[in-house]
Design a protein around this ligand. Structure first.
Ligand code: GRF
Length: 179
């Protein structure tokens, strides 16, 4: 039973749904995230905005509790743009994974695509990894290289990376479900 956390457009969430994976809940830090709207047709959704809680731990505890109530055993971050605290991670040990648009440990953080272009790398990539308290720093499960082409913009490179993410993430999640 999978729970997905989202903050953005939700193309990775769509790839997970298209793969027929057992997604039972989708949560976000933003009530207006397009990904949350996309999920509403498929399963229960909820928003946990930081401003509605005294602190980050309280928000994360509430979000983890709600996911657990829905029967979630594996959590997938699909474009979730906030760090998770132990209040969340301790509820799902070794069961939180993230997808990131670079060949980690190179280029962690929220601006990985722009930074790879600025650094002039010939190869970017996509990584699926376990989540810990750091910024994109948990153990790597799978990664794949993606070429940077002449004339690439952040948008064109990100689209090419996302095409790989949409294949890689459902594959890894399916394997984790079979553990
Ligand atoms: C993806 O590139 C993912 O690697 C990063 O955020 C982006 C989310 O895109 N963490 P989407 O919301 O799945 O379209």
């Amino acid at each position: 039973m999978i729970g997905v956390l989202v903050s953005g457009s939700g193309t990775n969430l769509q790839a997970l749904l298209d793969a027929g994976l057992p997604i039972v809940a989708v949560a976000s830090n933003r009530s207006d995230a397009p990904a949350l709207a996309l999920a509403r047709a498929s399963c229960p959704t909820a928003a946990f905005a930081l401003g509605d809680f005294p602190d980050r731990s309280a928000r994360d505890a509430a979000m983890a509790g709600w996911l657990a109530e829905q029967g979630v055993r594996l959590v997938v971050l699909a474009g979730y743009m906030q760090l998770l605290t132990p209040a969340f991670l301790d509820r799902f040990p070794d069961a939180v994974v993230n997808v990131h648009p670079s060949l980690l440990p190179a280029f962690p953080g929220a601006h990985a695509v722009e930074e790879q272009l600025a650094a002039g790398v010939e190869e970017a990539g996509a990584t699926v990894h376990f989540v810990d308290e750091g910024v994109d720093s948990g153990p790597i499960l799978r990664q794949e290289r993606v070429p940077v082409l002449p004339g690439d913009t952040a948008e064109s490179l990100h689209e090419r990376i996302k095409a790989v993410e949409h294949r890689l993430l459902p594959e890894v999640v399916r394997e984790l479900c079979a553990r």
